[in-house]
Design a protein around this ligand. Structure first.
Ligand code: NCD
Ligand code: ZN
Length: 347
């Protein structure tokens, strides 16, 4: 039985670190074990322009623990009015690593997202021309579509067409949550890649509301069935280059999660790489963890893998239940908080 594993330092290809006091409280958890992370732009107000992005990157750098070598990779929040010239300049200047689509009102802080896809076709054309990655929250927002079918509907109605319309554009379908989503990505690889969270590979909707309601498990895309979970586990542990690590760690103040109108998002950075290791071990695929966590993502984004390594060991420890946040935010609930975590990063 393997009890110790050394892999290249992982990257997180989908992460929310927020801003202000929350940023300071949560960023160190990712910076500790990950080389780089794609930072989501869904702040209020969103990170819409290269100028917004430069300013946000400075705030992120200022929040990093002293001596940290962590590198934030920034994204542009696509709106109906995004200027292709600003996107291109931002990409060429190394400010933007990609553009992120939030369909309007699909998830947390997406009100300023795209309301009409016709309005952003010029931006996609430009991205194709300059070979800039397109990151998507891939869910259909038509209120007639059931919440459990939103990912599949987005693929059927939009993504499958865009992939043909823009054959040179590289897509990332983020936080894959369904069997159909995982299968679609493989069928459209290498043009399309997909990230997978730790919690979509561990939980089902029975865990979420089958034995009491767990508000902290409310996320977008919603956690689905055992059939979907099995497909995601198989995909991630397959070693296929189209699947890579994206935690979607998304902290919220406690009062906004535990509320009569709670917000979606789960803070998992404190247990992320450890939980992936547990899943890969359970699937008998620890030998594929490095590809998923540290090689496939950089390949899709056309970057070199990290040179450093991390070592995980089977040494139980207890995850913190919450992380304190200075000021009125107070605290953020941690996924698997209070549980015994099997794997530990030891070097
Ligand atoms: C994310 C957030 O809180 O910003 N929430 C979530 O449920 N995953 C946004 C997102 O990635 O959908
Ligand atoms: Zn997210």
């Amino acid at each position: 039985m393997t009890t110790r594993i050394t892999i290249r330092k992982p990257d997180d290809w989908h992460l929310h670190v927020r801003d202000g006091e929350m940023l300071k409280a949560v960023l160190p958890y990712t910076a500790k074990h990950f080389g780089r992370a794609i930072l989501m732009p869904n702040l209020i107000p969103p990170v819409r322009t290269a100028a917004d992005c430069r300013a946000y990157r400075e705030r992120v750098m200022a929040a990093l623990p002293a001596g940290s070598k962590f590198k934030p990779l920034m994204t542009c929040y696509l709106t109906d009015d995004t200027d292709p010239d600003d996107v291109e300049r931002g990409f060429r200047d190394g400010v933007f690593a990609g553009v992120k689509l939030y369909p309007a009102n699909a998830t947390t802080n997406s009100a300023a997202g795209v309301t009409d896809y016709k309005k952003v076709m010029r931006v996609l054309e430009r991205m194709e021309k300059i070979d800039m990655p397109f990151l998507m929250h891939g869910e259909e927002t038509d209120p007639e579509v059931d919440i459990f079918d939103r990912e599949k509907a987005f693929i059927d109605r939009h993504l499958s067409k865009w992939v043909k319309q823009f054959p040179g554009l590289r897509f990332i379908l983020e936080h894959l949550s369904s069997k159909e989503g995982a299968e679609y990505v493989k069928s459209a690889a290498p043009q399309v890649g997909g990230t997978i969270t730790p919690y979509h590979m561990v939980l089902t909707r029975n865990d979420w509301f089958g034995h009491g309601l767990k508000p902290y498990m409310y996320v977008m895309p919603v956690i689905k069935t055992a059939r979907d979970r099995a497909a995601l586990r198989k995909a991630a542990t397959s070693g296929e280059a189209c699947y890579f690590l994206g935690t979607d760690s998304a902290p919220h103040p406690y009062s906004r999660k535990v509320s009569t109108n709670g917000v979606p998002g789960m803070f998992n950075a404190p247990v992320a790489i450890e939980t992936y290791a547990k899943v890969f071990e359970e699937e008998g695929a620890l030998d594929k963890l490095e590809a998923f966590a540290a090689l496939n993502g950089p390949k899709h984004y056309r970057m070199a893998p990290n040179a450093d390594t991390i070592t995980l060991e089977k040494t139980p420890w207890t995850a913190p239940e919450e992380v304190k946040v200075a000021g009125p935010d107070e605290r953020a609930i941690v996924y698997r908080g209070g549980e015994t975590i099997e794997w530990k990063v030891v070097a």
